[in-house]
Design a protein around this ligand. Structure first.
Ligand SMILES: O=C(O)CCC(=O)C(=O)O
Ligand SMILES: [Fe+2]
Length: 327
């Protein structure tokens, strides 16, 4: 039987992907890829005009602007705190997002307004961001933050923003074979304010612009693909499987890794001139396809049959994406 679910029929107290999971448990699939992949998968985009993609992505960002990732707490003037070192612009949004009309649709990808969750659901913790993926938030707060139409309702953030339709960026995203979920342009600003990159000791004292240790959804739920658009050597990725190995992601390649394993991305050394490292951070649902007209998610032919990494390397997600073999 093919599972299908209309957004409006999904339960309110859990994200839409979890409602799908109740009917067809897929998030913790044990399906293995057909071959062992490196801890960082690098892909060449052989059917993409990458020069034009870079130009039009940067133009879209110029037109729309960027938003800081929301942080816990408030500024002295009462406004919600956000990070000036880790910025973004949404490529997808949810028209029914809990933030309503207060925020720009391009800002939804930048974390929750915990304020709303507090008002509507009576959460006890303070204002600001709460992340189910962060080890720094209490589990009760995390549970409340993860509902339908919140930041973490990945499968509701499946509608394309205006900014995502700009020029060849739009053409490229239209060409994807799978449905996009919570996707954004992610910018690390070399001269932005910094945050603690680690949880304790010297690590905690080390302040860098970027994103601290975290995990994301399992890849069967949300396969994340980073396309480096504008970058420079100081900007690095570090994975918990290889702490201390700082990896620079080169433009114009696409990368993917197991985001269920903690990782962080940051500016390791401040360049002389301010620099805005820009990646397209795509999220796709590998095993369910979204029909925007009927607002329905339906299981696709790959469900439990083909591993998301095999799909990625066969061009079942980005047409023409080819694995770059490294020694
Ligand atoms: O490079 C970045 O902006 C962060 C990437 C990341 O954490 C992810 O794609 O899961
Ligand atoms: Fe991540």
């Amino acid at each position: 039987m093919t599972i299908s679910l209309k957004l409006s029929d999904a339960a309110e107290e859990i994200p839409v992907a979890n409602s799908l999971h109740r009917r067809a448990p897929f998030m913790k699939s044990t399906l293995q890829p057909r071959e062992p992949y490196p801890s960082l998968i690098k892909l060449e985009l052989t059917e993409t005009d990458t020069d034009l993609l870079i130009k039009d992505t940067l133009e879209a960002l110029d037109n729309v602007g960027m938003f800081g990732y929301r942080l816990r707490g408030k500024r002295p003037d009462g406004s919600l705190k956000s990070d000036t070192g880790y910025l973004g612009m949404g490529l997808t949004y949810n028209p029914l997002h809990i933030d309503g009309i207060e925020t720009d649709p391009h800002e939804q990808v930048q974390g929750n307004h915990f304020k709303h969750i507090k008002q509507e659901f009576g959460a006890k913790s303070g204002d600001g961001r709460v992340s189910p993926y962060s080890r720094m938030d209490q589990s009760e707060a995390r549970k409340i933050a993860v509902r339908k139409d919140t930041h973490y309702d990945t499968y509701s953030m499946a509608f394309r923003t205006e900014g995502s339709k700009h020029g060849y960026l739009g053409t490229f995203l239209d060409s994807l074979k799978r449905s996009m979920v919570r996707s954004s342009l992610r910018i690390i600003s070399s001269h932005g304010s910094t945050q603690a990159m680690g949880q304790k000791g010297a690590e905690r004292a080390t302040q860098r612009p970027g994103v601290a240790w975290h995990t994301d959804e399992m890849m069967f739920n949300n396969l994340r693909i980073n396309i480096a658009i504008k970058t420079s050597k100081e900007f690095v990725l570090e994975q918990q499987t290889n702490v201390g190995k700082l990896i620079h992601l080169e433009a114009p390649y696409a990368y993917s890794w197991d985001t269920g394993i903690p990782h962080r991305a940051y500016c390791s050394e401040r360049p002389e001139e301010p620099f805005f490292r820009t990646h397209i951070m795509l999220g796709v649902a590998p095993w369910f396809d979204f029909n925007e007209e009927t607002q329905t998610w339906t299981q696709n032919e790959f469900y439990e049959k083909k591993h998301p990494w095999d799909m990625l390397c066969d061009g079942d997600i980005i047409p023409g994406a080819k694995l770059v073999r490294q020694d």
